[in-house]
Design a protein. Structure first.
Length: 563
């Protein structure tokens, strides 16, 4: 039976504008899942992924506070704990609240507005008069709410989010399944005007080319670029390094570092594998003449290429905390004005080249989404003016100097780290491959300890004597890593090595025949040092790309010299 309702409190159509949902968003956070016997509301994976990323970012100040306990540790720990608590609370709430989301039992004709567990609140779908759509203006964007209006005037909430196209698609399919009409807040038939309140289909975007079109004879598909995979690799290297810092810290196991590093590395690995194995990229099947917005499927969701009207390029300004940049998206527009995203990244020239090639292949026009005018050149070059008398503007020189200094700092730091962690020890390992094995006797064995503001660090100091051509020599190098560099990682293995090499023990060392004063006991590479060799890569990459961008900003294309 329907939920009890008092006629005296029945809202009139003019007062039904108030939304029922307390959690409004201008992005898509929920979706309708249509199954054989029911229709359920679920949170999107993108929403959970966003919460997970927020939780990981919130862990950073906690890690810093635990690893470097100083005067700033307590504020960082409190701040990070607050944000981490908020993120985890949201995740736990959504996981438990999933069971309370509305469910339509289409087999038995029942609607559970508070989830299937609350059978006492169930109503018959025959008591639903129509579905209502509310458009709620937000800053920025709009949120759309779908409600079920009962025959007695009561309203029951179904879902609400800001993904207009998917929202309208779900609302129409639900209305069709329940044989109901869709009305607006005034009780009038709802008219879906494609393009209304529409901005970019994919808000935000990266500043580099993350996707590209692959043109084949029988198909056109979307693939991830090497830059995107490199970003995942660097992200995974950082996560692995953090994990190793927690695993081999001299202070014992640091669980936050282990958890955070494992999360960073696993998410990066899964993201890279998903890009490689992903089959949900848009696909144009030129043989069958079909377009699949989420990859090839056999469920009949393909769209005939004859229904495509034109291609559009949408330019969006993306603002970060300290910078901003332009992001461009390429969409295909159907004859009914519905849109589907193809590409979204920040390289205007590459996106225009892909868009121009796709338009030629499909015999479609290419227009600017904001102006509606045909696009004949890359979007970022349409409004540029060049002067032969001022080939380099003053602000360009200032930007060049800033970017160059910034890039040199990062590249220099990466180079120093690469020399200390990679080049120098590895060159010793390679060179010692031809050294002569020589008997040696351990004189002393100890673990040198040094303290700094960052804590204690250790180095293996094993002195041993050996004879070469009747001459006596002494060396204290155990290997090319743990004897030449002090570190606070792998302290347990260092102690074990020192314990195994007691004074008076006989061992074998490798002696440089060209310089007998150089010797080493072990040529092995500790596996945690092998992981730390990845540390310089982000600095070298960021510094190199920044310097390349600075130089590129001063180099004018040949065609501009005639202006």
């Amino acid at each position: 039976m329907p939920i009890p309702f008092k006629p005296s409190s029945m809202p009139t159509p003019s007062t039904e504008k108030k939304h029922l949902s307390k959690n409004l968003s201008s992005t898509q956070t929920k979706r309708l899942v249509f199954r054989r016997d029911d229709v359920i509301v679920r949170y999107t994976l993108r929403f959970f992924f966003g919460l997970l990323v927020f939780a990981m970012i919130s862990s950073v100040p906690i890690i810093i506070a635990l690893l470097h306990f100083d005067i700033f540790a307590v504020p960082l720990l409190i701040l990070g704990s607050i944000f981490e608590l908020i993120a985890l609370t949201c995740i736990i709430y959504c996981l438990f609240n999933t069971r309370k989301l509305p469910v339509f039992d289409t087999l038995n004709g029942r609607f559970y507005p508070q989830g299937r567990r609350h059978a006492e609140s169930a109503v018959s779908t025959k008591d639903i008069d129509y579905l209502q759509i509310l458009e709620i203006e937000m800053s920025p964007g709009f949120c759309y709410e779908l409600n079920a209006v009962m025959k007695d005037g009561n309203r029951l909430h179904i879902t609400a989010h800001g993904g207009r196209q998917n929202f309208m698609k779900d609302a129409k399919q639900l209305a069709q399944n329940l044989a109901l009409s869709i009305k607006d807040e005034q009780g009038e038939p709802y008219v879906d005007i494609p393009g209304k309140h529409e901005g970019p289909l994919v808000p935000g975007g990266v500043s580099f080319q993350s996707m590209r079109l692959v043109f084949r004879q029988d198909s056109i598909t979307v693939k991830a670029t090497w830059k995107l995979h490199l970003g995942y690799i660097l992200f995974m290297a950082i996560g692995t390094g953090i994990f190793c810092m927690g695993l081999f810290s001299s202070d014992g196991l640091i669980w936050p570092a282990l958890i955070m590093g494992a999360l960073f590395a696993s998410i990066a690995l899964l993201g890279s594998l998903a890009m490689i194995l992903k089959k949900t990229f848009p696909l144009f099947d030129m043989v069958d003449g079909m377009f699949y917005s989420k990859g090839f499927t056999r469920d009949g969701s393909g769209i005939s290429l004859k229904q495509l009207d034109h291609l559009e390029i949408f330019k969006e300004r993306v603002y970060n905390k300290n910078s901003s940049y332009d992001s461009y998206e390429l969409n295909v527009v159907l004859k009914d004005s519905s849109r589907y995203n193809i590409l979204d990244h920040g390289n205007a020239k590459r996106l225009w080249e892909d868009a121009h090639g796709l338009a030629d292949r499909l015999s479609l026009s290419l227009v600017d989404a904001q102006s509606g005018l045909p696009v004949t050149e890359p979007p970022d070059e349409k409004h540029k003016t060049h002067s032969a008398s001022t080939p380099t503007a003053p602000e360009t020189i200032g930007g060049f100097i800033f970017l160059t200094i910034f890039g040199l700092i990062f590249f220099g730091a990466g180079s120093i780290a690469a020399w200390m962690l990679c080049i120098k020890p590895l060159s010793g390992v390679i060179a010692s491959g031809g050294w002569t094995p020589t008997p040696a006797r351990i004189v002393s064995s100890q673990l040198d300890r040094s303290r700094s503001s960052k804590g204690a660090s250790y180095r293996i100091n094993v002195q041993y004597q050996y004879d070469v051509n009747g001459s006596h020599y002494t060396s204290n190098r155990y290997d090319f890593f743990r004897s030449d560099m002090s570190s606070n990682v792998g302290v347990g293995s260092m102690r074990k090595t020192v314990h195994e090499l007691q004074p008076g023990d006989e061992t074998t060392c490798l002696v440089n025949p060209a310089n007998p004063t150089e010797a080493v006991i072990s040529r092995s590479i500790p596996w945690f040092f092998a992981l730390f060799m990845l540390f310089p890569l982000p600095f070298l990459f960021i510094g190199g790309m920044t310097i390349f961008t600075a130089i590129k900003s001063l180099v004018k294309p040949p065609t501009q010299k005639n202006h």
